[in-house]
Design a protein around this ligand. Structure first.
Ligand code: GYE
Length: 332
């Protein structure tokens, strides 16, 4: 870190601290740093979060904040309210403040090259956490920590194939996609389609975004129930949309988990409860507890140490029985 000391002196003067509510204060980002004596200085991380759209996101924010505290890393947290333009602004502000490291969860995959080049030119390492970008130039970031979303979509599809293995009848599926253009929406859709595509009895009758929220999940499922007379299966890209859809299904006088089988992704507490209650049939886990690994990687990249280009989160799946067992000790 000492090689960055001259930059850090500048940072003290420029710094604005961003808070979770998006306000700013004039608290300096670094203490006074004098000629090379930066060894005991706290690492400053600028973190741009997607928003607060789901139970997963809330758990992820908590994990990042707690892990930063524990690792002695000063976190400048900024909530983008699911808007890419807010994230770009936050990243630019972090560059201007000359934070030691930037971490962010890109709301969508495309459109990051310019701002990432600005960070690179300023010599500020960037870590992608949770979601990926589609930049061809992978030198724009040091590493990507998060789940394998294609694999998650495949696991959802594999459960379905197994569930209907003895049936020859057509299976009508509706799909609630995550945020349009986001890595988890693109990849979960692709993984699921690949697995069910092997058998022509599986038909996706309708597929639309519910933006990863409960409210939109309900709204879009209401529309699906009107447009598609017989729905056998709902595949929702996260628990929250699935939970919203359950309200729509019950409102239409149908029984979720029975009349319409439901597969979701995440395994947050509310989702696991619905699974244990028989309203969801299967959940593919996606862990939001990325904080400790993120802080570990941050410490390394700030020191200039090599880190793996990709760090994949370990995850499992849950049936209704397994959810009953796991619920009491579930952390999020
Ligand atoms: O599945 C969803 C959240 O990017 C993995 O974003 C994350 C997804 C998660 O809103 O609930």
């Amino acid at each position: 870190m000492s090689k960055r000391a001259p930059l850090l002196i500048l940072a003290g003067a420029l710094a604005l601290t961003m808070t979770a509510c998006g306000q700013t204060s004039s608290e300096p980002s670094t203490g006074a740093v004098t000629g090379g004596a930066a060894a005991d200085k706290k690492i400053v991380m600028g973190f741009s979060q997607v928003g607060a759209e789901s139970g997963w996101r809330t758990a992820n924010t908590k994990s990042v904040q707690e892990a930063a505290e524990k690792a002695g890393i000063q976190l400048k947290f900024s909530d983008a309210q699911q808007k890419q333009q807010n994230q770009i602004k936050a990243l630019r502000s972090f560059v201007q403040q000359r934070v030691d490291v930037i971490a962010f969860s890109p709301v969508v995959e495309s459109g990051w090259d310019t701002v990432l080049k600005e960070a690179k030119n300023a010599n500020i390492p960037v870590i992608l956490t949770d979601r990926a970008v589609d930049s061809a130039d992978t030198s724009l970031y040091k590493t990507f920590l998060g789940s394998d979303f294609v694999e998650e979509g495949k696991k959802a599809g594999q459960w379905l194939v197994e569930e209907y293995k003895d049936s020859k009848d057509p299976v009508t599926i509706v799909e609630l996609q995550g945020t349009t253009g986001s890595a988890p929406a693109n990849d979960r859709k692709a993984g699921f389609a690949e697995v069910i595509g092997a058998d022509s009895k599986f038909k996706i009758a309708a597929s639309q975004t519910g933006d990863f929220t409960r409210a939109k999940g309900k709204e879009v499922m209401d529309a699906f129930l009107k447009s598609t007379p017989k729905i056998d299966v709902l595949f929702a890209h996260n628990d929250d949309m699935g939970l919203g859809a359950i309200e729509a299904i019950e409102g239409a006088g149908k029984v979720p988990g029975k009349d319409i089988k439901i597969i979701t992704i995440d395994a947050v507490k509310d989702g696991m409860q619905a699974l244990a209650d028989g309203k969801i049939n299967y959940i593919v886990e996606c862990s939001p507890l990325l904080g400790p690994q993120l802080m570990d990687l941050a410490g390394k990249v700030v020191k200039g140490e090599q880190v793996p280009a990709r760090v994949v989160t370990e995850e499992t799946t849950f049936t209704q029985e397994q959810a009953k067992e796991a619920l009491p000790s579930r952390q999020y």
